[in-house]
Design a protein around this ligand. Sequence first.
Ligand code: PEP
Ligand code: MN
Length: 338
Amino acid sequence: MIVVMDLRADEKQITNVTKSLEELGFKTHLIKGVERIVIGAIGDRKQILSSGIEVMPGVEKIVPIMKPFKLVSREVKTDNTIIRVKDFSIGGEELGIIAGPCAVESWEQLMETASLVKAAGATAIRGGTYKPRTSPYSFQGLEDEGLKLLAKAGNETGLATITEVIDEKSLDVAVEYVDIIQIGARNMQNFQLLRAVGRIEKPVLLKRGLSATIEEWLMAAEYIMSEGNYNVILCERGIRTFETYTRNTLDISAVPLIKQLSHLPVMVDPSHATGEWKLVAPLSRAAVAAGADGLLVEVHPDPVKALCDGPQSLTPDNFAELMKELIQLSELMGRKVN
Ligand code: PEP
Ligand code: MN
């Protein structure tokens, strides 16, 4: 249920309604949109209807949310959620562009990439330091050492930083070093981890699971928001299909669909979606044309020597080329790149 407050409701009225809901056993979430203030109330629906909340001062109406995802839903918040960290902004007019290597390999590799992607217009640097590799024999990442390098690259370039965490232990360390926490496709339904990132105060980028439906993905976002962290960025990164020419199949329809169903920003990762660097630029254009709020693109100074995901990584030159195209395209779409 959501309790929609009158636009003129004051703080005291909001507090009173919140308190009454909590006394009835509801978990409450105050959602301040541009157009209206609502109190999300999670609990037994019958309780609210017989409670007299509807006639409390400051209350406009009570609306049931029929979808299984509540806080994520557009019904709760009609305006887009905009998330800002340093120069990275996503969900508003500007496109959030995250670029960088699959894995942090060395200071030189990271810093070279960071300065070149920044010059080309990226707004965040990415780099995996705890890698959830399919094979236990593949490079597993520099772990805590990599986090320190990422934080340093962020400080030196002014770029926002993002890295993936794979469990609560890596989360505890990463949250001290980076600006945005990524939950990878393989952990999209790791509910303990989702709850844990729901308790931090930094934005969370939630990738779509390898075979997750849109609803399962939005329910994963709901797990995070239900713990109080409303800064969730959704990232479509391709799903499993019968096609074998690409690593995954980019579900481009997810972009406009999510924009209808949810107020959360949605971005596209064309690198993991295809596994093929030559497809990254065309699919980046498609994503922006479909209304994506940003892109996550793997870039490596020397893809042939990359320890992870080289075949899908752009060179810094190719990335700069793509950014030039995106500047033109974003104008057409009424968007901006940094
Ligand atoms: C990644 O971003 O490096 C990654 C492992 O992505 P995904 O979780 O989408 O496979
Ligand atoms: Mn990768």
